[in-house]
Design a protein around this ligand. Sequence first.
Ligand code: SF4
Length: 227
Amino acid sequence: MPARVKADLEKIKELERIISENKTKYPIEKIIEDGRKEKVIDIVVKTILSQNTSDKLRDIAFSNIKRNFKDMKDIIKADSKKIEKLIRVCGLPKIKTKRMKTALKEILRRFEDPEKMKEEEEEKLFSFLCSIKGIGPKSASVIMAFAGFDTFPVDTHISRIIRRIGIANGSREKIFQMVSPHIKNKIVAHIFLINHGRNICKAKNPKCEECLFQKICEYRKTHYKKK
Ligand code: SF4
């Protein structure tokens, strides 16, 4: 497929219309509400733990951390080996320990109270988070989404769906840059599409017959032409 220079705006509109008409399919409001109840500093730790792993393993690692650290700030000075042991279950323990320590240090250097991040200007906060080693645009927008901002983090499920439908192509970062500015209800679209990717538009054998987006999907058209 030739590289797209711009996202297909008509398809984005249609995608959002379909999501909006079917948003009760997944417990989106509850996910947002639960996520936004958490302290920002917990969200930062959780987001780093969730890199390259499943939600289930991330949650086990996070519970281990919570049981051992009442205040996430204590991670900064804690023994790395101890943390690595606690989070081993979610993979990359050395890297994630380093990333958590760095992120917490940087955040506390800038915000005496990390909850103040919620009041920061959106663009400034995004650039600040992306400037921290180990936090890329996806992690930054996940943190911001649950800190109360309307962002559209692009993970592996979302990038796959966006490419298959034919809205945009390229890397996850490229898709984020091309698509995110045009999504009106970003956090809702993010949660809907993640769930859609896990349940319907799977990496292997997508269930196109059950898909709400089949009328606008390039992959579906091509796939059926070949049959
Ligand atoms: S029609 Fe198939 S490939 Fe296209 S978005 Fe739906 S499940 Fe994915």
